[in-house]
Design a protein around this ligand. Structure first.
Ligand SMILES: NC(=O)c1ccc[n+]([C@@H]2O[C@H](COP(=O)([O-])OP(=O)(O)OC[C@H]3O[C@@H](n4cnc5c(N)ncnc54)[C@H](OP(=O)(O)O)[C@@H]3O)[C@@H](O)[C@H]2O)c1
Length: 363
């Protein structure tokens, strides 16, 4: 199953909104016969990929698959039927499919065919692998990644708002890699005004993210800014307050190809919940928040963040007024919800990248 999980990861960024899935076929002595993974959205599922590679050698063999085989006709026929037809002796499954139209039906179908089925092998890792898909299925919202680069003294900009560059070139290349795996990149008015970002992945990755600017009146998006200059490279969505929808500026932006989504909520975290629900409706699976203290603060206050990617540069800038990464209201007490799980630390030149999932996240 560990091998199946490893194989599955190759599909990340290529299969969304589907989950990444891996499969391994072994003989009765656990000797490897073939493996496969879900390689692209609309393409064969992992089991089918592995069965095709194994050919006749599936008869009497064992199938290890990270996710329950599907039981419905989607873009491809049900995998449960193909698994039964392949004549496996035993099927070992990482975790059940959270999709309501599968949710145990695939397992039941294979069991009813008289095949020995084991479910829950390396289950935590199997669930972790599909956490964004799981959140989309169960909560109808995308998985929210928050990224920031800060100095050793916890500042994301100097007291003047200057932030180019806190992290080094290798770290910034990693950010572009991350962007290339996202469906949307969200930033705030403050960052657009201060940094004039483009928010595209350079070089391009497997996915092209929609850029989203959260700005009450859209005033940060200006005609000679990089976001509008690159409007033909990636879609741009303005998330503004309802009251701004009819302003001349917002109408002008709409005329230039900016999609406008308005929120009715005045509470900032609630407004973001509306935005995330809209992105979920569009099957957007992973979003990256690359913003300043204000917007990140609202995301954390609303407990909308699932995963963090924090670059720490060995620089010290000081200044009481220099922004720290997370503004907003913050917590009154240090609680378990403040903890990061399954932390991973990597080094990019002299920068550290600390990644992990919030204990309070949906997975
Ligand atoms: N080091 C890093 O990783 C990094 C990354 C990004 C930015 N930065 C730096 O951060 C600074 C900007 O930070 P910032 O806090 O001013 O900007 P921000 O977080 O990018 O944007 C905050 C602004 O967004 C608007 N907004 C609209 N709806 C909101 C909502 N629901 N919740 C929160 N904000 C909402 C508000 O402006 P309106 O009321 O006008 O709509 C608010 O002032 C710059 O100096 C930039 O260079 C650093």
């Amino acid at each position: 199953m560990q091998h199946a999980l490893q194989v599955a990861r190759q599909g990340l960024g290529h299969v969304e909104p589907n989950p990444a899935v891996g499969a391994v076929i072994v003989d009765e002595n656990l000797n490897w016969i073939a493996d496969g993974f879900h390689q692209k959205f609309g393409g064969p599922h992992a089991e089918i990929d592995a069965i095709a590679a194994a050919g006749e050698r599936t008869r009497g063999a064992e199938l290890f698959v990270t996710l329950e085989p599907c039981s419905h006709h989607g873009k491809t026929p049900p995998c449960a039927d193909a698994v039964i037809a392949a004549g496996f002796r035993r099927v070992v499954i990482g975790c059940q499919d959270p999709a309501p139209h599968v949710a145990g039906n695939g397992i039941a179908r294979i069991q009813e065919a008289g095949i020995d089925v084991a479910v829950g092998v390396c289950e935590d890792e199997a669930i972790d692998l599909i956490a964004p898909f799981r959140k989309l299925m169960l909560q109808k919202q995308p998985w929210v990644h928050a990224k920031w680069a800060m100095t050793l003294d916890g500042r994301i900009a100097t007291r003047t708002g200057h932030s180019k560059w806190i992290s080094n070139e290798q770290s910034r290349a990693e950010v572009h890699r991350l962007r290339g795996h996202m469906d949307a990149i969200i930033t705030g008015a403050g960052t657009v005004r201060a940094d004039n970002p483009t928010l595209t992945a350079r070089p391009a990755g497997p996915r092209k993210a929609m850029r989203v600017v959260v700005d009450t009146d859209g005033g940060s998006i200006v005609s000679d800014g990089n976001l509008l200059k690159t409007i033909n490279e990636a879609p741009l969505l303005l998330c503004a307050a309802e009251a701004s929808a009819t302003s001349d500026h917002v109408k002008m932006l709409a005329g230039l190809g900016v999609e406008v989504f308005t929120t009715s909520k005045t509470d900032r975290s609630a407004a973001l919940a509306q935005l995330l629900a809209e992105l979920g409706r569009r099957n957007i699976t992973n979003v990256l928040v690359e913003a300043g203290s204000g917007l990140l603060g609202s995301f954390f206050d609303g407990r909308h963040v699932d995963e963090v990617h924090v670059f720490v540069a060995p620089k010290i800038v000081g200044g009481t007024g220099a922004l720290s990464p997370i503004g907003g209201q913050g917590m009154a007490q240090v609680s378990e919800d403040a903890s990061i799980n399954s932390m991973l630390v990597q080094q990019f030149g002299n920068d550290l990248l600390i990644e992990g999932r919030l204990r309070s996240s949906a997975s």
